[in-house]
Design a protein around this ligand. Sequence first.
Ligand SMILES: *Cc1c(COP(=O)(O)O)cnc(C)c1O
Length: 383
Amino acid sequence: MLSNYLPYSTQSIDQEDIDAVIRVLQSGWLTTGPTVNHFEEAVAAFCETRYGIAVANGTAALHAAVHAAGIGHGDEVIVPTLSFVATANAVVYAGATPIFADVLPHTLLLDPVQVENKISSKTKAIIAMDYAGQPCNYNQLLDLCRKYRLLLIADACHSLGADYNRRKSGGLAHLTAFSFHPAKPITSGEGGMVLTDNEQYAVKIRTFRNHGITSDFRTRQFQKDWHYEMVELGYNLRLSDIHAALGLSQLSKIDRWTAERNNIAGLYTKAFAGDGAIQPLTCRPDVTHSYHLYVVRVPNRSKIFAAMRQENIGVNVHYLPIHLHPYYRERFGCKPGDCPVAEKAYENILSLPLFPGMRAEDINRVIDCLHEAIREHGNEESP
Ligand SMILES: *Cc1c(COP(=O)(O)O)cnc(C)c1O
């Protein structure tokens, strides 16, 4: 990688993290064990929920949540189209059909009015995704769930550390999925977790992550018992203690990092306030944003993107709307025009570098570079 390349996101690892991983390597237990338990308890306590079930990655967390919700063949689940493909793929894994709903233009969060329009007799659940780290309007979504007897699943892969009406992301829906990929608010290398207050869901997910077997190897070892039973088809979605040690160590920094991310976002917002061509997304007053991403809307985005990359600034685009991917067009008959707000947003969104430990000079470099790119390309017709 070029030495002055600024990624849009990157992990922060310190000596404490390294020591925590080494302790597990020396402990005699590497796979799912005591450190996974500690990690689960710590994340659940932080999010003020009863249960946390660690899994191999955020996609597995979504898959397990959809499974626990009892979703299967013939069911429909409403998902936002402006998300990472895993949000919809989790529904397809369960044999159900994702129904794409459009987003709100100023926050790019799921639009409850569009969601209600898509509810049918087959709808079983809604998946909300906290785009960029801003929690969705959960009160409105939960009202819909009560009215139509649906479950609410949160894809909170962006929003660990955020809150909504003074409640933590993780405890805002019936089931919540987190990712601990290195680009996310905290990392375990790879990893994910499902949070819930519902004991039955928790039990179901523990079984699902372990092949559908109702006890784990470690429990059997302690109980001096060889017998186990597989009661349903599950997968091996387990997280290792090595990964959990890193995640647990990282969790202790989440409040400091959320504050730092908000501070950087504030500097960006202030710097772009005088430039009408640069439109940051809106942050609602009822949330604390976790700023996994700082997204602006700009004219002639492709040229601006290229100009920033030319300067070694790792801007990115989150995301091509899911319904426009070839798989979803071909398999589910999705087409341009299905979700016009997300499609229009996709033409001009740009994610700027933002991560804890980002230096003031790098923040200024991004600001200057974007102003310069706008001066140069902001008035051109896009091709
Ligand atoms: C990262 C991400 C996922 C998937 O998480 P992995 O840990 O990479 O499997 C799912 N949904 C969203 C919105 C994400 O950003």
